[in-house]
Write a protein of this length. Structure first.
Length: 606
């Protein structure tokens, strides 16, 4: 257990377990009396709500998007219920409108936002830093280093929220969320739901009243700055004063590994910063080092305080994650003394690179091959289908952000930027997230584009969470099924057709009809994800060696089940090797068989 929660008086532990950071956040919500949890899935945050849904005391549901999740949380907190919202870093920008206004009104019930940053962009389009959002909103931001702190900081954040009438952010990173450390478990503490009290002066955000709330925000920030100077979440660890390190989050452990003899100022609260504590610490060490992920946030704050003489991010890296090796190299570059000898690294053989690919039987594969045959300009969104941009499919040309595909397509069509067919392709979950409003715009302007909604009934790329049209809630209980066809017809779409994405010819026919239609047209593909809720497997296909020419057309679908045989194809004219299908991977989708001009791919007899 790290120093930021050490010494806190608690009742006897119910036991010690190994938890990931995300599991610990959920446990923290349970122990701290959270009543409602809402989230939108996205790595590295997805497991938080999944685990919250396992506690019967917490009402936990996936929301249509991060802004909706946040606004649901506002309603809960207005009723005086302790509330926790979770999302990955780009989701914070999605809910920013609600976040900034809620930061002004204040919250009667404890409200914590767990935002999971992704240094190194393992699964994100951008490398954002949530601390900057906290500063923009002028709300406190906590920065746990391990699973125990992840759990404890939820309770600390809720207490701060209620004490200072503010939402509180807890910032995680990929390594904190997904690494496992020992956690002490404690019983749940219940907090009464106070009930909603009408207060238009506080909750109606119009300019005349918002000015008064701005004054309260300024006062609150001043009070928070006083509080953080003595908060036990910010701790000084005095050792040798030759080197002093200011750090937070998982970077604390990396730095501690490299500089065990140094003194540390570990900032459990990364905004607002304890200025007096920092200045005192800096004045007592010979060399000051600032180690942080992802942006030079502490560095900039130190410079505002008038502290300029320190080793900072430029010595380490300005992009990506930190690790002990990177920190060691940066300290060496900056001439910082290190007592610990550099370890001897024995290099082992590296595994060959394995680029992400669509799974065998993925229902997106067939429809994207149809796009390619039509030579369409395809505007896409964020999801498994984004992988269609890569070889060998190469059938997707843009993917900017959630919900962008339809708006991008409308913009391109309006200026006649291409003479090729314009298709917007997005998943069912993404459509519900942020695709409906640009679809309305396409209807309003009667723009000639084709919108393909890839309905696989699940939010697949983030781990298979139930989407709004799946018929299930986060805890597995059944609910109503959102009818996507009724939804798009209700917006005003006149052309709506369904197609089986495994049938390439049918896809081509429906797409040609949609492209020829005057006005926006919607095509719905209907196949469940090949892996959810369990792997769907029909009778596998096989390559008939006597027919195979070795042309390789079957491999153009990018299916991992198809590979090269050791034998030369019997019908080959140039000595190409035959193709083979791994029956343990093949799901029997038939897409490769449809591509084979010589009919060398057939269903296995047994």
């Amino acid at each position: 257990m790290s120093g930021a929660v050490k010494g806190k008086r608690r009742e006897k532990s119910e036991g010690r377990v190994l938890l990931s950071g995300n599991e610990a956040f959920a446990r923290g919500a349970y122990e701290a009396g959270v009543v409602l949890a809402s989230a939108y899935p996205g790595t590295p945050s997805s497991e938080i709500l999944l685990n919250e849904a396992g506690y019967k005391e917490i009402i936990a549901d996936w929301a249509a998007n991060e802004k909706t999740a946040f606004e649901i949380g506002i309603g809960s907190a207005m009723a005086g219920a302790r509330t926790m919202i979770s999302m990955k870093q780009p989701g914070v920008s999605v809910c920013l409108d609600a976040l900034l206004n809620w930061s002004h009104t204040g919250t009667p019930g404890g409200f914590v936002l767990v935002a999971c940053d992704d240094p190194g962009q393992h699964s994100s389009q951008t490398e954002d830093d949530t601390r900057m959002y906290a500063k923009l909103a002028r709300v406190p931001c906590l920065d746990p280093s391990d699973s125990m702190e992840a759990k404890e900081f939820v309770g600390e954040a809720l207490a701060l929220s209620e004490k200072f009438d503010t939402l509180t952010i807890v910032r995680s990173t990929t390594r904190v969320s997904h690494s496992k450390t020992i956690v002490d478990l404690y019983p749940r503490t219940e907090y009464p739901i106070k009930g909603f009290e009408r207060n238009p002066n506080k909750y109606v955000v119009v300019p005349g009243r918002a000015i008064l709330r701005e004054t309260e925000v300024i006062k609150r920030l001043a009070a928070l700055k006083e509080y953080v100077e003595t908060s036990p979440l910010n701790q000084v660890e005095w050792n040798s004063k030759e080197v002093g390190v200011i750090t937070s989050g998982v970077a604390y452990y990396h730095a501690k590994h490299v500089l065990p003899e140094a003194s540390f100022l570990k900032l459990g609260i990364s905004f607002p910063l304890p200025e007096k504590m920092i200045k005192d610490f800096a004045s007592k060490v010979k060399r000051l080092v600032v180690i942080e992920e992802t942006r030079p946030f502490f560095e900039e704050e130190l410079k505002i305080m008038g502290i300029y003489d320190f080793v900072g991010m430029d010595s380490f890296r300005v992009q990506g994650e930190l690790d002990p090796d990177i920190i060691r190299a940066g300290l060496k570059k900056a001439g910082v003394p290190m007592e610990q000898p550099e370890p001897t690294v024995i290099k082992t053989a590296e595994a060959p690179p394995r680029p992400p690919v669509m799974c065998p039987g993925c229902p997106h594969r067939g429809i994207f091959l149809a796009f390619k045959k039509l030579d369409a300009n395809v505007f896409s969104d964020i999801g498994c289908y984004t992988l269609a941009f890569a070889p060998p499919i190469n059938a997707l040309h843009t993917a900017i952000c959630m919900g962008a595909s339809i708006g991008n397509a409308v913009g391109m069509a309006k200026v006649h930027g291409t003479d090729k067919p314009i298709i917007a392709a997005l998943g069912d979950g993404t459509f519900v997230h942020s695709g409906m409003t640009p679809l309305y715009d396409a209807v309003y302007t009667q723009t000639n584009i084709t919108i393909v909604i890839l309905d696989n009934r699940i939010t697949a790329m983030t781990g298979g969470q139930p989407a709004a049209e799946s018929g299930f809630r986060a805890n597995g209980s059944p609910t109503v099924v959102v009818d996507l066809e009724a939804l798009v017809r209700g917006i005003g779409i006149k052309f709506v057709k369904h197609v089986d994405p495994y049938d390439i010819k049918a896809c081509m026919d429906v797409l040609k009809e949609a492209i020829a239609f005057e006005g926006p047209a919607v095509v719905l593909t209907n196949r469940p994800c090949a892996l959810m809720p369990k792997k769907i497997k029909d009778k596998p296909y096989m390559v008939i060696e006597d027919k195979c020419t070795g042309c390789g057309v079957c491999m153009s679908c990018g299916c991992p089940a198809i590979g090269l045989s050791d034998q030369v194809a019997k019908k080959s004219k140039k000595g190409e090797k035959a193709r083979t299908i791994d029956p343990t991977l093949c799901t029997g989708c038939s897409v490769c068989a449809q591509l084979c001009a010589v009919h060398a791919i057939e269903l296995m007899e047994k």
